[in-house]
Design a protein around this ligand. Structure first.
Ligand SMILES: N[C@@H](CCC(=O)N[C@@H](CS)C(=O)NCC(=O)O)C(=O)O
Length: 228
């Protein structure tokens, strides 16, 4: 039995980009799992894992925290349908993981932070204001977002250029079939798409067509979450 601890916002919507990496990875491997929703201020639920962030995965007797560590664990513990088919595939995925963590998501955060705050559960708003306010230097997230959007959407599209070049040549970052590099980038789009109606991509962008393919995967798992 696999249990995934996932961040929950208002109406139990689940935008965590890191948890989406894990959900895609589990679906890729054909594994079944149940989810345990957790609010920002319900860290007691994941204290058993020694973690203050999600995803946390409980796989039988094994507990794993951190999305990258979870991906490595899944391939070791469940060898069918590998996420990483070679040492080189693993290295490429690791690179994309770092690229999304340090470039893509930081470009996205300022342009959706106001919308994100609006979706945080009332009980968690003070925590979000305090923690994200420190990071941004303001708690007026709506004004910060408005200002950030003046240039931020173009900046965001710009940072996607390395992915765009690959996706002009092939359907998925991993090649003809999706794998972990795709799940990592798709997680960032799920984060934004679940909390915000901001149009991030032009319709003729190769990244747009790829995102549609990602939304269709695994019986439309991600598309259903966006529509909810
Ligand atoms: N490096 C971690 C990052 C996980 C992370 O930052 N998760 C966010 C949710 S998107 C979280 O749990 N935040 C809790 C908080 O900010 O208090 C991973 O890849 O799992």
């Amino acid at each position: 039995m696999i249990k995934l601890y996932d961040l929950s916002l208002q109406n139990d919507c689940r935008p965590s980009p890191f948890c989406w990496r894990t959900k895609f990875a589990l679906a890729h491997k054909g594994l079944k799992w149940t989810e345990v929703p957790m609010g920002f201020t319900e860290k007691d639920k994941i204290a058993f894992a020694g973690s203050s962030t999600v995803p946390v995965l409980k796989d039988g007797e094994t507990t794993v925290k951190d999305s990258w560590a979870i991906a490595l664990h899944l391939d070791k513990a469940h060898t069918d349908q590998p996420l990483f088919k070679s040492e080189m595939a693993l290295s490429y995925a690791h690179f994309v993981n770092g690229f999304v963590d340090t470039v893509v998501q930081p470009a996205l955060f300022p342009i959706v932070v106001g919308d994100l705050y609006d979706r945080v559960r009332p009980a968690d708003q003070a925590y979000f204001r305090e923690s994200r306010g420190k990071r941004l230097g303001t708690t007026d997230f709506a004004a910060f977002q408005n200002k950030a959007r003046e240039k931020g959407v173009a900046v965001f599209r710009g940072v996607l250029e390395p992915a765009r070049r690959v996706l002009k040549a092939q359907p998925f970052l991993a090649g003809n079939h999706p794998a972990y590099p795709d799940y990592v980038l798709a997680g960032a789009f799920m984060w934004a798409g679940i909390v915000s109606s901001l149009v991030l991509l032009d319709g003729d962008d190769a990244v747009h067509a790829w995102r549609e393919r990602m939304l269709d995967l695994y019986d439309g798992m991600a598309r259903k979450a966006l529509a909810a």
